[in-house]
Design a protein around this ligand. Structure first.
Ligand code: MOS
Length: 745
């Protein structure tokens, strides 16, 4: 059957939720009014290690309006640790292995040790100040320098998904045989997520049924996690999260506050809103860990790689072997016979770090692509030429062919748009007044992640000729509500303004949490399948309907456009069919099963990043003057929202390169930059022109529409392109993130 032309897919449509979001009409989890609402304020541990020896809550409890104080002494015990992916068996989800207030141990500063519940937020906050907490303190270990002596090699990391060691060939021999080697140690400050909306859960019990409004990347994930933690059936829990104000991985895992809100509501017998403060966001939802990566590359004098060795050292919590998988990407994207990747961890007084935009790839590619730039410089080769000489048509680790690539086109078109051609490779040769000018580039790559479950959606057509498609996913700022209306319009053969996407509710068809840039691919697959099934159902009905002008037509000859089914000169609008048959609505579901784990392809999204910087020779200021990114993300569902995702990622890369940093105070084990005054992110004044090229390469393997996703790849390689540009401007090779003024003096 033919789909409509032109398809709604790809059109640069404005966000359907843009107006409610900017006019305050959109209700976020903290904005759901409920009668008799109570407010929970969470108290975090002042110390980073030791034990709570006493909590005197009498003064707090005596305050007007205070309803309850929960501590390890009276908070109910959790029933069970939730698994990361139930269908994969028992692996506990990283950061969900620890639940606070189960005993008196303090593992990290900010660990939740009490909750004060009152009839207003202000009273809860005030009463929390009146708690008198005593501790037995021990010496915390939080920084790389404090922990490196105790490092061990974990068997697996990342919730058990990634092996602790990756090898092929003989890296030592490959390095020894090389004509040329570059080697460097790269250090990274810790990063924290700062979505505009801090995490919040509002909980209400009705008998034994629980309703949660949750800021989450997956309402089903919240439902499953809270069900396991509290030991109540999933069928008793409904989770709603229509609007989510950004996440970037901070709302991927279901952190303790969601279940704590439900426990607090149960304790006081009223609906409870539990909102984290901005400061608590730095200690309650994970972070990107401080890390050190050592990268060595060997190559022949013609610039063919002989070996890559990539080691990483980072702190993890006392309960999980977590490292963001920074090493995998360096094993995959270049042709190179010998490889060794090793993770080393040490136990620290921290909560488990977690997913943060391009978790692993953003940091790993910085080390790899700065090293490649150095190698190109040493060899006197153009950086793009070096990458082309080591281009791989297969996943270099598995040996499997890419389902699709587009990387060569990204280099070519990116270089063209940026004006890379004719670049003088000598560092420090371009100057404008006080500014030293340099350009740099890097490869971008981000895996298309495997998904464990079938994804489902539902499509319904009403008699008035409008349609609604439904799936449980929330829209946390990606534009999914807009894009899925486009996908539905394509599947149904309707105008996009007649289609609406309904989301963010566990009463709707189950969909995976939107993580790993998988959202657009998996949701569009399910939605398109549901919409196509409904269109086929309606065509079948028309050709079998003696009252239809299409009666007796072969269904394959029927095309649908603007909601009108047509074959030759006969046509029958959906609305006529519905009217004739007294149908108030028609409905179909769709399901998509992702490629199995043993699919014989490597699945990767590729891109190329280019940056131009100016460095003030006297002040050490680094300013990014322009950025170009060329990406091959498969099929683009909405040109505007895709570009805005990629632009956001590239500017995040700028933040990673020059601004974003948090540090543990080695004495107290506490973060020093727990606010947006000191934790710096790029603002408009930092943001240069960002130029984006989208290269659409067909891919029939990843999912039916060939969508690879754009959520994270925009960031990957951006920081390396900037650091390489800094080298080109100044001749200084900075192997540290962020690059600050002090580094340039
Ligand atoms: Mo994303 S950092 O996989 O939530």
């Amino acid at each position: 059957m033919t789909t409509t032309t032109p398809s709604a897919i790809g059109q640069p449509l404005d966000r359907v939720d843009g107006r409610p979001k900017v006019t305050g009409g959109a209700r976020y989890s903290a904005e759901i009014p409920m009668p008799d609402m109570a407010y929970a304020y969470v108290v975090g541990s002042r110390v980073a290690a030791g034990r709570v020896t006493g909590i005197d809550a009498s003064a707090a409890q005596a305050e007007e309006g205070v309803l309850a104080v929960l501590t390890h002494q009276n908070l109910p015990k959790i029933a069970e640790q939730p698994p990361l992916v139930p269908s994969l068996g028992g692996t506990a989800a990283p950061a969900q292995t620890f639940f606070p207030m189960q005993d008196d141990t303090v593992h990290y500063a900010g660990q939740q040790i009490a909750i004060v519940i009152a009839d207003t937020w202000e009273r809860a906050q005030h009463a929390a100040q009146l708690l008198s907490v005593s501790y037995e303190e021990t010496t915390p270990v939080t920084t790389l320098d404090q922990g490196r002596d105790q490092a061990y090699e974990p068997e697996r990391i990342f919730g058990g998904w990634v092996p602790g060691r990756l090898e092929r060939g003989d890296a030592e021999a490959g390095l020894a045989d090389a004509d040329i080697r570059v080697e460097g140690t790269f250090t990274y400050a810790a990063n924290n997520h700062n979505p505009i909306e801090p995490s919040c859960t509002t909980a209400e019990w009705e008998g034994d049924e629980l309703l949660l409004y949750d800021a989450t990347q997956g309402v089903n994930a919240t439902q499953m996690t809270v069900s396991r933690l509290l030991g109540i059936p999933m069928s008793k829990i409904r989770v709603i999260g229509h609007y989510v104000g950004g996440s970037f991985g901070s709302k991927a895992m279901i952190h303790a506050h969601s279940a704590l809100a439900a426990m607090a509501a149960s304790e006081v017998g009223r609906p409870v809103k539990l909102a984290l403060t901005r400061e608590q966001m730095f200690t309650s939802v994970g972070h990107r860990e401080e890390q050190e990566q050592q990268l060595a590359i060997g190559a022949t004098s013609e610039g063919r790689l002989t070996a890559i060795r990539h080691h990483k050292l980072s702190p993890t919590s006392h309960f999980d072997d977590w490292a963001e998988p920074s090493i995998g990407i360096s094993s995959q994207i270049y042709a190179c016979p010998n490889y060794e990747g090793v993770y080393r961890l040490f136990r620290a007084n921290t909560m488990t770090p977690t997913f943060m935009r391009a978790p692993g790839e953003a940091s790993g590619m910085f080390a790899l692509e700065c090293s490649m730039d150095e190698l190109a410089h040493e060899l006197g080769l153009d950086p793009i030429e070096l990458r082309l000489r080591n281009h791989s048509d297969v996943d270099a680790m598995s040996g499997l062919p890419w389902s699709s690539s587009g990387l060569r086109e990204c280099y070519e078109r990116g270089a063209q748009r940026f004006g890379w051609q004719g670049r003088d490779p000598r560092p420090g040769t371009r100057r404008e007044g006080n500014w030293l000018i340099g350009t740099g580039m890097a490869t971008a790559a981000y895996p298309v992640p495997p998904l464990p479950n079938a994804q489902r959606a539902r499509a319904r057509l009403y008699a008035d000729g409008t349609a609604v498609v439904q799936a449980a996913t929330p829209d946390f700022g990606t534009g999914v509500a807009t894009v899925m209306a486009q996908v539905a319009a394509d599947g149904l053969g309707m105008r996009v303004d007649r289609c609406r996407f309904e989301d963010g509710d566990t009463d709707l068809p189950n969909i995976n949490a939107a993580v790993g840039s998988a959202g657009a691919g998996m949701i569009s697959a399910a939605v398109h399948s549901a919409a196509t099934a409904l269109r086929q159902q309606l065509i079948q009905r028309a050709v079998g309907d003696s009252g239809s002008p299409l009666h007796g037509t072969d269904p394959v000859d029927v095309v649908v456009q603007d909601g009108v089914m047509t074959a030759g000169t006969s046509s029958d609008p959906y609305t006529d069919l519905m009217q004739r048959n007294f149908l108030s609505d028609a409905e179909a579901s769709g399901q998509w099963s992702p490629p199995p784990p043993d699919v014989p392809y490597g699945m990767m999204t590729f891109g190329a990043q280019f940056a131009e910087v100016g460095v003030d020779a006297e002040l050490g200021l680094v300013r990014v003057r322009r950025m170009t990114g060329a990406f091959a993300p498969g099929r683009v569902l909405n040109d505007k929202t895709a570009r805005s995702q990629l632009m956001g990622g590239m500017l995040w890369g700028l933040g990673q390169a020059l601004l974003e940093a948090n540090y543990m105070s080695p004495d107290t084990g506490r973060w020093v930059n727990s606010n947006l005054g000191e934790y710096l992110v790029p603002v408009n004044a930092d943001a240069p022109d960002v130029d984006i090229e989208l290269i659409e390469i067909e891919d029939g393997i990843v999912n039916p529409l060939g969508v690879k996703g754009v959520g994270e790849i925009g960031q990957v390689g951006a920081a390396a392109a900037i650091a390489n540009a800094v080298h080109h401007a100044t001749g200084r090779r900075i192997r540290k993130l962020p690059i600050t003024i002090e580094d340039m003096l």
